[in-house]
Design a protein around this ligand. Structure first.
Ligand code: ATP
Ligand code: MG
Length: 405
C-alpha cells in the first residue's frame, strides 16, 4: 500500500513516528513551484510542484471509474457526510489489488469527492495529498490514495467506523448515544497527540482547522485527525509566525490569527481549547439557537471555567455522576489555559498531552461504567440541555471558510 503503511514506525513520543520524509514548503498555499526533497527541517525550505508531490508519495492513484465502482456509483445512501470540500462516500476495495470489491468484502474505504462548485478546491486537495502522503501516525487518518483525472479530484481514506466527534457530541438520536466522560477524555488525548505530532520539531506543521468534524473515531474511539487542506508548514529560521489569509472555521480560530493573519502552532492550541470546551459542555462553539449571551461558547463559558464552584454550570449534564469535581476542574483549567488571549500563556501541545495523560491516570476519574465514587451531585440547569428534541438537521454547522477580521 502507500507510504502510510510502509512507514509504520512504533510511536514512543509525539515526534519519532510517522515522518517518512519531510518536504518543506515556505507557504503551503503555493505548492506549485519547483523544489527538491529534503530530509530535515534544518535544510532550507523548498516548495514542491504538484508533480513532485504526486510522484513522491506511495499513495495509490485510482482511476475515476475504480472509485465509481467502489462506491456503487456514488450512491446517495452511501454518503457518510458532507463538508465544504464535497461529499464523503463509503466504498469497498480489494485488499491486494485495490480494485473495486463487492460491498461487505475487502477493505472499507471513505471516498471524498471534490464538489466542483465548492469553496475548497484543487489547492486543498493537493495539500491533503502532500501532508497525509508524508506522515504516518496513529492519530492521523490514513490516506490510501487519490484520483486526479480530468476535472475529478478525490481522496481515498481508511474508513473510520464511528464517524466524526461532531456527530457523537451534537447529533441526537438512537445511533449517537452521548459519549461518556472517559471516552471524551480518551478522544481529547488522542486528538492532542495528533496535534503534538504535527507541531514537533521534525514535522512543524500547523493544522489550522482543528474542530470536532475533523476528528474521526475508529471502532475503539481512537481519535484521528483528518482534513489537511488548510495545513501549513510552520515558521522557519528566525520567523515567529507564518502570514496567511485568514481562513478556517468560525468559533475555532484564535483571536490573534483572526486579527492579524499571523499563524503559529499556538493557534492550533487555541482551537484545541475550544474543542475541549465543546466536549466538557456538550455545546457547539457557535450556536445561534442558544439564548443571547450564550451564542459564543468561549465568551459565555470563560467566567465559569476558573472557578471550581461554578464549573458545574458549563459541564454537560448528560455527564452527570461520571466525573469528580477535581478532575473536571483540572480539565476546565486546561481548556482555559489553551484559550488564553496571550499566546505565551497557552501551553504547547506536548504540555497538553502530558496534562491530559495525568487526567486519565487520576484516581479521581469516574469509573468506566460512569459512576465516580466521590462525584458531587450536580443539578440540571434546564431540560433543554439534555435531549432537546431539536431538529439537528436544521442546525447551522460550522464550516471552513475565509474568515476576515
Ligand atoms: N475516513 C472517514 N471515515 C468515516 N467517515 C468520514 C471519513 N471522512 C469523513 N467522514 C465523514 O464525512 C463528514 C464530512 O467530512 P468533510 O471532511 O468533508 O467535512 P467536514 O469536516 O464536516 O467539514 P469541513 O469541510 O468544514 O472540514 C465528516 O464529518 C465525517 O462524518
Ligand atoms: Mg473535515
Amino acid at each position: 500500500m502507500g507510504i502510510c503503511l510502509s512507514a509504520q514506525i512504533k510511536a514512543e513520543s509525539s515526534c519519532n513516528t510517522g515522518l517518512s520524509s519531510k518536504y518543506v514548503s515556505t507557504d503551503g498555499s503555493d505548492l506549485s513551484s519547483t523544489g527538491s526533497k529534503v530530509l530535515s527541517v534544518s535544510v532550507p525550505p523548498t516548495p514542491r510542484s504538484e508533480g513532485e508531490i504526486l510522484q513522491s508519495t506511495n499513495l495509490k492513484s485510482f482511476s475515476f471509474s475504480d472509485l465509481k465502482m467502489a462506491t456503487r456509483n456514488f450512491r446517495p445512501d452511501s454518503v457518510l457526510g458532507e463538508g465544504g470540500f464535497g461529499s464523503v462516500f463509503k466504498g469497498w476495495i480489494d485488499e491486494q489489488s485495490f480494485s473495486a470489491a463487492k460491498p461487505g468484502t475487502g477493505i472499507v474505504i471513505a471516498v471524498k469527492r471534490l464538489n466542483q462548485a465548492g469553496f475548497q478546491g484543487h489547492k486543498e486537495w493537493l495539500a491533503e495529498v502532500n501532508y497525509l502522503g508524508q506522515f504516518y501516525h496513529p492519530h492521523l487518518v490514513k490516506l490510501i490514495g487519490y484520483c486526479l483525472e480530468d476535472e475529478h479530484r478525490l481522496l481515498v481514506y481508511e474508513f473510520m467506523p464511528r464517524g466524526s466527534l461532531e456527530n457523537h457530541l451534537f447529533r441526537r438520536g438512537s445511533y449517537f448515544q452521548p459519549l461518556s466522560w472517559n471516552l471524551r477524555m480518551k478522544v481529547a488525548l488522542g486528538a492532542a497527540k495528533g496535534l503534538a505530532f504535527l507541531h514537533c520539531a521534525e514535522t512543524q506543521v500547523i493544522y489550522r482547522d482543528f474542530k470536532t468534524s475533523n476528528i474521526l473515531l475508529d471502532s475503539k474511539y481512537n481519535a484521528k485527525l483528518s482534513d489537511f487542506g488548510l495545513a501549513k508548514d510552520g515558521p522557519t529560521g528566525d520567523k515567529s509566525h507564518v502570514s496567511t489569509r485568514v481562513i478556517g472555521t468560525y468559533g475555532y480560530a484564535a483571536p490573534e490569527y483572526l486579527a492579524t493573519g499571523h499563524l503559529t502552532a499556538k493557534s492550533d492550541v487555541y482551537s484545541f481549547g475550544v474543542v475541549l470546551l465543546e466536549m466538557l459542555s456538550g455545546r457547539r462553539a457557535i450556536d445561534k439557537n442558544r439564548p443571547s449571551g450564550e451564542h459564543n461558547l468561549v465568551e459565555w463559558a470563560k467566567p465559569y471555567l476558573a472557578n471550581k464552584r461554578k464549573i458545574f454550570r458549563i459541564l454537560d449534564n448528560r455527564l452527570e455522576g461520571q466525573y469528580s469535581m477535581d478532575v473536571a476542574f483540572k480539565a476546565s483549567t486546561l481548556a482555559l489555559r489553551c484559550l488564553s488571549i496571550e499566546t505565551k500563556f497557552r501551553p504547547t501541545m506536548d504540555e497538553v498531552v502530558t496534562a491530559m495523560e495525568q487526567l486519565q491516570d487520576s484516581k479521581e476519574t469516574g469509573s468506566a461504567n460512569g459512576h465516580a465514587s466521590n462525584a458531587p451531585r450536580i443539578h440540571r440547569r434546564s431540560a433543554d440541555d439534555t435531549i432537546s428534541g431539536r431538529n439537528t438537521a436544521a442546525y447551522p454547522r460550522p464550516s471552513t471558510s475565509a474568515l476576515y477580521a
